[in-house]
Design a binder for this molecule. Structure first.
Ligand code: ATR
Length: 279
């Protein structure tokens, strides 16, 4: 019985088990494969991962806060995972641990627009921002990064601009000042955690509630029961909106393909992810 799991801390509210088990069932693999959530604290992460293959695991998803550690312990990694500096998918094969990153592909697959040539603003400079900047930059977008702590945005810019295989046009946006003109961007991506605990995004991010314009696309990685405050304002202005749950679905579909070799039933995964109570 091949086993799969998501490792996180905390992980109890992850929608990945419902989503992945729905996909396995849809393809008739529900009796063979299984997918569970395993909570593991950072200090125990490496030992738990190394014990998984002997316990029948074929691979795992890795989520916050383990994505850097997952890359570090792997025997081999895709170029994408190395350049982003994080892995969200591990494969156990022939006694070796392979690291992949499907977060970047998940961002691209979730967008209703082709990013080539677009002007994009990425808010934030954590792991989610790195995957988004890498995805958009390699797809040909011109990316500005804004972060509350500007030095972290600058670190991403310097690292990606000097990368060996990617040439990304990235600039750190001017800072938290309200002079950042959100109307010039074709795409705005919020990767910060603002809104996760009910904070007002317009009090913490360099965006105005009435500053969105039609024709823009706004992606908010924060998701919950209702559309986020950010997306509600963007939609009211006629902008296209994408929520973080769609990114979760798309990264999960890419991971599913890596483990099983089968195209994931994305609609089934989306229905399972959205039907859960996200408390
Ligand atoms: P992840 O790896 O999931 O992206 P992270 O590394 O904790 O998470 O990053 C969280 C992001 O949200 C950071 O960009 C953080 O800004 P700082 O680098 O300045 O800490 C941002 N963030 C969190 N709370 C914020 C707030 N109240 N206002 C603005 N940005 C905030």
């Amino acid at each position: 019985m091949p086993k799969l799991a998501v490792l996180g801390y905390p992980v109890a509210h992850s929608r990945s088990p419902a989503m992945q088990n729905a996909a396995l069932a849809q393809l008739g693999l529900g009796g063979e494969w299984s997918y569970e959530a395993i909570e593991v604290a950072p200090e125990g992460f490496e030992a738990v991962v190394r014990a998984l293959p002997a316990d029948g695991f074929e691979g795992v998803n890795v989520t916050v806060p383990h994505k850097g550690a997952a890359l570090a312990l792997a025997d081999e990694a895709t170029e994408m995972a190395k350049e982003i500096g994080a892995a969200n998918t591990l494969v156990f094969a022939d006694g070796r641990i392979q690291a992949h990153n499907t977060d970047a592909g998940g961002v691209l697959a979730s967008l209703p627009i082709a990013p080539g040539g677009v002007r994009a603003l990425v808010l934030g400079a954590g792991g989610a921002a790195r995957a988004a900047v890498w995805a958009l930059g390699t797809a040909g977008a011109r990316v500005d990064i804004w972060n509350r702590t500007p030095a972290r945005a600058d670190d991403i810019r310097i690292e990606f601009e000097s990368g060996e295989t990617i040439r990304i046009q990235v600039k750190a946006a001017p800072g938290p000042e309200p002079d950042l003109d959100q109307s010039v961007y074709d795409l705005i991506v919020n990767t910060t955690t603002v809104g996760l605990h009910g904070e007002d995004p317009f009090a913490h991010l360099p965006l105005r509630r009435d500053g969105f314009v039609p024709g823009q696309t706004v992606l908010d990685m924060v998701y919950g029961e209702a559309p986020s405050t950010l997306l509600a304002a963007a939609a009211a202005a006629g902008a296209g909106v994408v929520d973080g749950l769609e990114v979760l679905v798309q990264q999960g579909a890419l991971s599913f393909k890596i483990w099983t070799g089968l195209d994931a039933p994305v609609d089934v995964m989306r229905a399972a992810a959205y039907s859960l109570d996200g408390s």
